[in-house]
Structures are given as C-alpha cells and as structure tokens.
Design a protein around this ligand. Structure first.
Ligand code: APR
Length: 236
C-alpha cells in the first residue's frame, strides 16, 4: 500500500532572491525606483529603444550568473525528500534550479534563455551571454530575452492555476503580490488548506482565512518553516 505524499505548492517572488544579491522591484531602492517600467519592460519599450531593453536584461543576466542560492532556496529543495513540492516562481533567475529543486514553473520567463521575436516557442539557452542588437535566432529574426513584459500574456498561468488547485499546503515567499495575474494564485487554492506567507513586511493586501504570516527574512523564516513541516510530518 502506498501513501500519497502531501503536495506543497510554493509561489516565490523577488524577495527570496534578495539575500542572494538580486534586487527586488518595489522595495525602496528597488529596480522600479531606478528604472521606468515603460522604458525597459514593455513591448512598447522594445519598439522604441530595443538596445536599452537589451542592456537592462543583459545586466540582470550578469547579476544572476554571479549570484548563488541562499538558505531559503536550499531549504525548499530539502523539502522534496518528504513532500511532493512544486515551485511556481515569478523570478527569472535560476536559483531554485541551482539549489536542487526539481519541479519549477517560471511564470515570467527565464533570463538565461533567449527567443526569436517571431517565435515564442523555440528557446535558446544562452547562460550568461549578452544579447546584442543584431544577434539573430536560427529563423533569422532578432533575439530577445525570454521574459514576460508588462502588457504581454502570461502563457503559463493556466498551468500554474491547475497546480495551485491541487495544493494541500500553499506557501508564498517574498512577493508583494502586486502583479497580476500571478497575485491571483492565492485565491485559486482550496480555502481549507494551510497557507503561509513569508515576507519582510506584513502584506496588507491579502485578506484570507487560514493564512499564517511569517514575518522576517526568507533566509531565516523559510528554513524554520521547512523544518516545522518536516518534523510535523514525522510525528504524524
Ligand atoms: N525576505 C523576505 N521577503 C523579502 C526580502 C527578504 N530578504 N526582501 C524583500 N522581501 C519582500 C518585500 O517585502 C516584498 O513584499 O519581497 C517582496 C518583493 O516584492 P516585489 O519587489 O514587488 O517583487 P515581486 O512581487 O516578485 O514582483 C512581481 O513584478 O516587476 C515584476 O516581473 C517582475 O516578477 C516580478 C513581478
């Protein structure tokens, strides 16, 4: 007889990678303080000044390849020994992968991949390499970063909703839940399940029953929560 493992779904945002040295977006001094979204992260920005857009993401890519997973990413990977864990991340970095998590859905794309402006399906792993204006995909069209810009559809959203619906436990880490449709995921999970939010700040925009706020640094609160879940399972 086999017992079904509990399914833990984790939604992560920029806050989980902050202590790996990757800036968040909406905190004081965050990326959107330094850059105007409309200049670097929309289809209109790409039409107006593609070199500026490429430069912005080239810098992001460079920072990602020199960063390392922190104890929060590593703790989530550890959870896999005991639970069926699925990570849905808004982050474009690869820190969950490098920490050892195996089931990761990137809602907003992946910075280490490029794609042709004409074909969103064929992806090219470019690692830390820059994309320059004039760099072409095999189909002869300009390469762009494989990221979702504001105003673009989020193709993985339906898959993410299906994953969240099946969750037995839902954990949200380091996201201000300001960006839709990702922010809706917390309302998709079954109302009765245990839900945790780990964040430096109390998120006042989330009103939900059975929700436990774990206030503090992801590098501290996430390993604590993971230990609690693993120990709780051992006692059952
Ligand atoms: N530990 C825990 N939480 C943290 C930490 C930390 N060390 N540092 C920051 N935070 C929290 C902040 O309090 C905030 O709630 O992380 C959250 C970061 O929020 P945002 O900067 O808005 O990032 P995120 O929610 O991931 O942004 C969503 O917006 O610009 C787009 O596409 C981009 O995927 C991104 C999306």
């Amino acid at each position: 007889m086999s017992l079904k493992r509990k399914r833990i779904v984790v939604l992560t945002g920029a806050g989980i990678s902050a202590e790996s040295g990757l800036g968040t977006f909406r905190d004081k001094g965050g990326l959107w303080d330094e850059h105007d979204i409309n200049d670097v992260a929309t289809p209109e920005a790409w039409i107006k000044n593609p070199k500026l857009v490429l430069d912005f993401y080239n810098k992001r890519r460079e920072m990602v390849v020199t960063s390392k997973p922190n104890s929060a990413h590593l703790a989530l990977a550890r959870l896999e020994k005991h639970f069926d864990v699925q990570i849905i991340t808004q982050n474009i970095d690869d820190l969950h992968e490098r920490a050892g998590s195996s089931d990761i859905l990137h809602l907003h794309g992946e910075i280490l991949k490029a794609r042709s402006i004409q074909n969103a399906e064929s992806l090219y792993h470019i690692g830390g390499k820059k994309i320059k204006w004039g760099d072409l995909a095999p189909d002869g069209h300009q390469l762009r970063p494989h990221v979702v810009w504001f105003g673009e559809p989020v193709p993985k959203m339906y898959e993410a909703e299906d994953i969240v619906r099946e969750a037995d436990i839902f954990i949200v880490i380091g996201t201000s839940l300001n960006v839709y449709p990702a922010a809706n995921l917390i309302y998709v999970c079954s109302p009765g399940i245990e839900k945790f939010i780990v964040d430096l700040n109390e998120l006042t925009n989330v009103k939900y029953k059975n929700l436990q706020h774990l206030k503090g640094k992801a590098s501290e609160r996430v390993p604590e929560l993971v230990d609690k879940l693993i120990n709780g399972k051992k006692q059952n």
